[in-house]
Design a protein around this ligand. Structure first.
Ligand SMILES: Nc1ncnc2c1ncn2[C@@H]1O[C@H](COP(=O)(O)OP(=O)(O)OP(=O)(O)O)[C@@H](O)[C@H]1O
Ligand SMILES: [Mg+2]
Length: 366
């Protein structure tokens, strides 16, 4: 699952950009404002149909244009290639093509091109709201457990319906019992998937961190399921019914789940330096990619915006060493040509691209 070529049109300052002969590791360097982040945004658009910064699609479409498009080709295991394409319009419409056919859901696209982003917003994984951490966890579960997504959709439907009825306040015991029963079932299933995944991820994270930041105090990764762990979800819902009715929404459940990183018993977000936080974020994301590959689910593609920022040379080098030891395809941006090149352990494997005023030119390999 590696991109061999990508065509980008009308994405921010990129027009008619054709990236060919992509390698396992692709470095995009250039001055501020040249278009490096935009290249990563375009690839993210191809895999997820949206911006990785959570911005509206309008921010990705070149000013004055109505649509933007990205096409790509993914090499399939064995032989052959799978063409993918996306067009997004200012009015929000999305057209997704996969293998020459139009597909309806982003999930189908995401399955073909699993992406991991590491950028300035990734600090939110430690310092932001639990929602970002649930998204991180669910990315992993989605890519290793096929039953997760339909179950997750079921859960979303149930909780929406149950909350709507609770808000209206006029529902009978019987009505509430039906929605509570369905919610309990799908919520418990989601939790089991998450827990099983987390138990595999946690040791991988520890191993990764031992390589990336051996000097860090004991790091611990904990999973909180979103309700009292001594109760089943059905019991927790039962216990919370009075409060749910009173306040008009469902309190307990997987929608409150979280994962926490602590260092020496203190919250990582409060204790670790900015560079150490970046290493933990890299550790979490690299551990996910490694687990996916260990479980035979293929490789994910890493989009790493400005890898050198916040990291000293030694730690930047350690992240590169770890990336080099994986089979995953990597797209990295940096400002100066030699920033990544000089710390990359395998000198044979980098494709270098120079980005200048929205134009991207291959500038050899290192
Ligand atoms: N919708 C848009 N249409 C046209 N140009 C845009 C749009 N949005 C942003 N730009 C411009 O695209 C250029 C490239 O932005 P980008 O974020 O990719 O730069 P960069 O190379 O990552 O820079 P830096 O090193 O500062 O991170 C910038 O000059 C930016 O102002
Ligand atoms: Mg940038």
């Amino acid at each position: 699952m590696a991109l061999t070529q990508v065509q980008i049109d009308r994405v921010r300052n990129l027009r008619g950009v054709h990236l060919e002969a992509l390698q396992r590791v692709n470095v995009f360097y250039g001055a501020n404002g040249s278009g490096k982040t935009s290249v990563l945004e375009a690839i993210h658009l191809l895999g997820m149909a949206r911006s990785f910064r959570g911005n509206s699609i309008r921010s990705l479409i070149t000013h004055g244009e109505d649509t933007c498009t990205v096409f790509g080709s993914v090499a399939l295991p064995g032989a052959g290639a799978l063409p993918l394409g996306i067009q997004r319009s200012r009015n929000g419409e999305a057209q997704i093509r996969l293998g020459g056919k139009t597909v309806r859901t982003v999930a189908e696209l995401a399955e073909q091109l699993p992406l991991q982003v590491i950028n300035a917003d990734s600090f939110g994984l430690l310092t932001g709201s639990p929602g970002a951490r649930r998204q991180f966890l669910d990315w992993g579960v989605f890519h290793v457990e096929q039953q997760f997504f339909p179950q997750w959709q079921r859960f979303q439907r149930c909780i929406k319906q149950r909350n709507m009825l609770l808000r209206r306040g006029k529902l009978s015991h019987q009505e509430l019992a039906v929605w509570t029963r369905d919610l309990a079932r799908s919520g418990a299933a989601i939790n089991e998937f998450r827990q099983a995944y987390f138990e595999q991820l946690a040791p991988g994270f520890q191993q990764t961190m031992a390589r990336l930041a051996p000097s860090l105090d004991t790091l611990e990764l904990r999973f909180r399921q979103g309700w009292d762990h001594k109760l089943t979800y059905a019991e927790a819902l039962e216990q919370g019914i009075a409060t749910d009715r009173e306040q008009g929404f469902t309190h307990a459940g997987p929608q409150r789940a979280d994962i926490r990183v602590t260092s020496g018993g203190h919250p990582a977000a409060e204790t670790l330096s900015r560079g150490q936080q970046k290493l933990v974020v890299c550790g979490l994301k690299l551990a996910q990619g490694q687990l996916m590959s260990q479980l035979g689910r293929g490789q994910c593609t890493y989009l790493i915006d400005d890898l050198p920022s916040e990291l000293d040379r030694k730690h930047g080098g350690l992240v590169c060493e770890l990336l080099a030891s994986m089979d995953a395809q990597v797209f990295i941006t940096c400002v100066e040509r030699d920033e990544i090149q000089s710390v990359w352990p395998d000198t044979g494997g980098l494709a270098m691209f120079h980005v200048e005023h929205g134009r991207v030119s291959a500038s050899g390999s290192a």
